[in-house]
Write a protein of this length. Structure first.
Length: 161
């Protein structure tokens, strides 16, 4: 079984479960005035699940085993994963989780600055005199655009300030 076929099989299973919940469980929760509407709250999930099942099925059927000489050099060689920088990928994922958990307690500006600077350090940036000001400027600019331009409140400072 190729990696493409395994991933598309999992995608197909996920779309089927999503479709089951969209078709079966959401029908009973409709309000009386929604029964005669053209576009219901469960219309988009139904279509997404149907399209996902079709795409997943097509990929499962069409992706077959490839000979070793047919593998494109640009594709990921799943038989030799140690050649890739998996440590950096897992550290970035851990940094994303830490960012999500620290966003409210320490505030948007500080959490975003730490996330951007930490991500730069993990990816190999060592010029701290450039990295820290760029992270601060980016965090402040994003906060300003979201807060002042879009009008969405973001807590910029830690909870105790």
């Amino acid at each position: 079984m190729t990696l493409d076929r395994a991933i598309s099989g999992l995608f197909l299973l996920l779309c089927m479960v999503y479709g089951y919940t969209a078709f079966v469980t959401m029908e009973a929760n409709l309000l009386p005035f929604e029964l005669n509407m053209t576009f219901l709250p469960n219309t988009m999930p139904k279509w997404l699940s149907v399209l996902g099942v079709i795409v997943g099925f097509v990929v499962v059927v069409q992706s077959g085993p490839k000979a070793a000489e047919e593998i494109d050099p640009g594709e990921i060689d799943y038989r030799n994963l140690r050649q890739y920088k998996l440590g950096q990928a897992f550290l970035l994922l851990a940094l994303m989780v830490a960012y999500a958990l620290l966003l409210r307690p320490i505030g948007f500006l500080f959490a975003t600055t730490l996330f951007l600077a930490g991500g730069g350090i993990i990816l190999g940036e060592r010029r701290f005199l450039v990295l820290i000001p760029v992270a601060l400027f980016t965090a402040f600019t994003i906060w300003y655009l979201v807060q002042e331009v879009l009008g969405i409140f973001l807590r910029p400072w830690p909870w105790f300030i």
